[in-house]
Design a binder for this molecule. Structure first.
Ligand code: DHB
Ligand code: FE
Length: 280
């Protein structure tokens, strides 16, 4: 059977992608950002997952105000990197896993979560920057990737508890797939940041530290935090953190922290990154 072998979260800051693409990772500003991924790159090269189920938010790239799916699962064979205004990032197309994605869609929808099935979609920095951080600049991504887009851009976003419970349903779906696959679940975005309005530039290190601690040790309680608290404490784009709860819901209550990285500044965002594994 397929297994959920690890959970990983990371910020998906577009300027981090640009630093990689433009060869600037060695600059003083960026060095401490990328140093926090040295361990992770080695770890994933050894872990060799077969599939990454990658929860991210689309930033009005594939979806716009014409249609706003709360949860969209990518079931295609292939997904191309999107042009977000400067041409597509020079990264490989993703190879999907249509069979596993369709199995997950069936299982999760029948568990009462209303997913939108997407058979054609371009993917933006929310998805490609995390892949670059973990895999560098390969000719092809070393595993299959199932994109899972969560709406946190247009009000109303899904609640933390909805995301946490969705993670549990995902795990059940993956662990009922009849092929021996190692599947990682990633949640991207965050941590505290606000890109717009009077509070643009907001960072809240205390909130972020507390969020990391509770995500690791007491996620069920953290999942009860209402949407408005994310906005007040972590800024309007801090709501991206609900996607970290999808990852967390797919793991056991008790987890080992394999790696943790937190750094400010990185563009306009507090950058956070975690790798978690079940203890058994
Ligand atoms: C930034 C961060 C994001 O998460 C994003 O989607 C866009 C921009 C930033 O830090 O500039
Ligand atoms: Fe974002």
């Amino acid at each position: 059977m397929a297994r959920v072998t690890a959970g990983l979260t990371t910020s998906h800051i577009p300027a981090v992608g640009a630093a990689i693409d433009l060869g600037k990772t060695g600059e003083d500003y960026w060095k401490p950002v990328f140093a926090g991924y040295d361990f992770s790159k080695q770890w994933i090269a050894e872990a060799k997952p077969d599939v990454i189920f990658l929860c991210y938010n689309d930033h009005a790239t594939a979806f716009d105000l014409k249609s706003i799916p709360t949860f969209a699962i990518g079931c295609a064979e292939e997904f191309q990197p999107a042009d977000e205004g400067w041409g597509p990032r020079p990264v490989p197309a993703l190879q999907g896993h249509p069979e596993l994605a369709s199995h997950i869609a069936q299982s999760v929808i029948q568990s009462d979560f209303d997913l939108t099935v997407v058979n054609e979609m371009e993917v933006d920095h929310g998805l490609t920057v995390p892949l670059s951080l973990l895999f560098g600049q390969p000719d092809a991504w070393p595993c299959k990737i199932i994109p899972f887009a969560v709406n946190v851009v247009v009000y109303p976003p899904p609640s933390g508890s909805r995301c946490f419970n969705l993670g549990k349903a995902l795990r059940e779906a993956i662990e009922s797939y009849d092929e021996d696959l190692s599947v990682q679940i990633w949640g991207t975005g965050g941590m505290s940041h606000q890109l717009q309005g009077e509070r643009a530039g907001l960072i809240n290190k205390e909130f972020d530290a507390d969020f990391l601690e509770r995500l690791i040790k007491n996620p069920a309680e953290l999942a009860e935090m209402p949407h408005i608290d994310y906005v007040r404490e972590a800024g309007s784009e801090g709501i991206e953190l609900v996607m970290w709860l999808i990852m967390r819901g797919a793991l056991d209550e008790a987890v080992d922290v394999i790696h943790k990285h937190y750094h400010v500044p990185a563009s306009n965002t507090a950058l956070g990154h975690l790798i978690l594994e079940n203890q058994t």
